[in-house]
Write a protein that binds this ligand. Structure first.
Ligand code: 13P
Ligand code: SF4
Length: 307
């Protein structure tokens, strides 16, 4: 048995013995997805986190994802497998900054992309993920919306909901925003028959040039179900790799090799093994006040994500 399979076997045995649930975001490496109890986009993981029976949850992803699990399951031990794994977009805006903006926009509903700290969520009204954003914002009664921190996802929502007056700030995912329309033209020239599937964290002109825009899970779902045979994938490089593995009869090309999130790639199988053994990884600790206020924002997302 090779080393990867040996470590995987040990993780599977230990997590069963210790009653641990492993959640992994779809950007994680294939060998981590294989030993996870649940994988998916950030919406699926946040909803799943509420119902898992285990008392300990290990998150393979970045810090805001582990905080979201803790907020939704405060009685559980939530461990971030790799404590250094942050999100560059989530770190762009803090509570003090948004409190100042709110003072100038008192009649706006503040919508926070889930890629924000739990502390910032405490002063926001509703949370969204990339897969729920358009629907949730549509169902908010107030038409005046301050959307933070991602101006690109916010522009995607604004484009879909012209009836809403959506104010944006200057935040973005530096990885997705690094892709230009020039990269799109080059990729389409190289693969003229391929469909272009992108994440709405990409710039507006890139999203408009796409055949489909959606969350990581929605992109994967679209590609699996499509009768097309070739796809250019405009999100973290791992998604094209996972799809190629899953659908060997189709061809997947990354939109740009700039699409590499170093934070999402930090977690190794050994990190997960050490976290399952105990003592490694970081237990997420949030005050009761942070949990209560941030939870309101996430619960509102789940409540408003209806037809
Ligand atoms: P999803 O909501 O598609 O999981 O995306 C999270 C993320 O960080 C994308 O960069
Ligand atoms: Fe954050 Fe961008 Fe990485 Fe997603 S890809 S985790 S938004 S830095």
């Amino acid at each position: 048995m090779n080393t990867v399979a040996t470590i995987q076997e040990k993780i599977l045995k230990l997590k069963k013995e210790k009653d641990i649930c492993i959640l992994a975001h779809s950007y994680e490496a294939h060998e981590i997805l294989e030993i996870a109890d649940f994988t998916g986009d950030s919406y699926a993981l946040s909803v799943k986190a509420k119902s898992v029976p285990q008392q300990t949850v290990i998150m393979c992803g970045v810090r805001f994802m582990a905080e979201t699990v803790k907020v939704l399951s405060p009685q559980k031990r939530v461990i971030l497998a790799t404590p250094e794994a942050g999100c560059e977009m989530a770190d762009m805006m803090d509570k003090a900054m948004i409190e100042a903006v709110k003072r100038d926009l008192p009649d706006y509903t503040v919508v926070a992309y889930v890629n924000t700290t739990a502390e910032l969520k405490t002063i926001c009204d509703v949370c969204v993920t990339s897969s729920s954003a358009v629907n949730v914002v549509k169902n908010i009664e107030n038409d005046k919306i301050l959307f933070i921190p991602d101006a690109n996802l916010g522009a995607f929502v604004a484009e879909s909901l012209p009836q809403k007056e959506i104010k944006l700030l200057d935040g973005c995912c530096p990885i997705h925003a690094s892709v230009s329309i020039g990269d799109v033209i080059k990729a389409k020239e190289s693969h003229p028959d391929a469909l272009l599937l992108v994440h709405p964290e990409c710039r507006s002109d890139v999203v408009k040039a796409a055949d489909f825009a959606g969350s990581t899970a929605e992109i994967m779902d679209y590609a699996r179900k499509s009768t097309a045979k070739e796809f250019i994938i405009g999100t973290e490089l791992s998604i094209a790799e996972h799809l190629q593995y899953e659908c060997p009869d189709k061809k997947f090309y990354p939109l740009s090799d700039k699409l590499m999130c170093k934070n999402m790639r930090l977690t190794t199988l050994v990190d997960v093994y050490n976290a399952v053994c105990g003592g490694e990884g970081e237990e997420i600790v949030l005050s009761d006040e942070t949990i209560t206020k941030a939870r309101h924002c996430i619960d509102e997302m789940i409540r408003l994500n209806h037809e």
